[in-house]
Ligand binder design. Structure first.
Ligand SMILES: Nc1ncnc2c1ncn2[C@@H]1O[C@H](COP(=O)(O)OP(=O)(O)OP(=O)(O)O)[C@@H](O)[C@H]1O
Ligand SMILES: [Mg+2]
Length: 185
């Protein structure tokens, strides 16, 4: 089974994918490590800028004729691979903002990623690449890495059908706060 785990930065892809791969005894591919090892992309202000077409081509070659791989990364929502299951990790924008602050992200990066989560960026892009019946969302906001991992395993075994995510209420609070901050300096 080829499993893709994607989502906005900070939603927990790396930790959950590692635990899922360990539980299943699957190979694990981290998008960023994969690109670094193969010299795909270039560094710009400490950020690795990855060209989507090169990533797609290299991953297609990597997974060709292989089974049992977990691939994780946020760029994966922009490419189609021959996958059996796509998990989109979601996190309440306020919780995500807190997680990114704790990780010392710049205000611009936090704001960009919170906006991406508010706009359902990864879900919408994933839905344009894959059939809906292989895409599942999991809300990690009030769950631990272990609980989220457990839910991925339950999705695989057919015991869980994912979460319905809707940040519209929470987003209004964040956006109003940010607009007020800008207006009041
Ligand atoms: N339910 C949860 N599932 C996964 N991670 C969680 C959860 N709750 C809190 N976290 C924490 O969120 C933080 C971000 O996790 P992680 O580094 O795996 O995110 P990521 O999606 O891989 O981010 P990036 O795209 O920047 O690599 C970690 O400190 C992790 O422990
Ligand atoms: Mg990561």
């Amino acid at each position: 089974m080829i499993i893709i785990i994607t989502g906005t930065p900070g939603t927990g892809k790396t930790e959950v994918a590692k635990a899922v791969a360990e539980e299943l005894g699957y190979e694990l591919i981290n998008e960023k490590d994969f690109c670094t090892k193969r010299n795909i992309g270039r560094c710009d202000k400490d950020e690795l800028v990855i060209p989507i077409s090169a990533l797609k081509k290299a991953l297609e070659i990597e997974i060709y004729n292989k089974e049992n791989i977990v691939i994780e990364g946020h760029m994966l929502s922009n490419i189609h691979l021959d996958a059996d299951l796509v998990i989109v990790l979601r996190t309440n924008p306020e919780v995500l903002e807190k997680r990114m602050k704790e990780r010392g992200y710049s205000p611009e990066k936090i704001s960009d990623n919170v906006m991406a989560e508010i706009l359902d960026y990864c879900t919408i892009h994933t839905e344009s690449k894959y059939p809906k019946d292989i895409i599942y969302e999991i809300d990690t906001s009030e769950r631990t890495v272990e609980e989220t991992t457990e839910l991925v395993l339950k999705i695989i075994s057919g015991e869980y059908s994912g979460d319905e995510v809707d940040w519209s209420q929470d987003s209004a609070t964040i956006l109003t706060r940010d607009i007020n901050k800008k207006l009041n300096g």
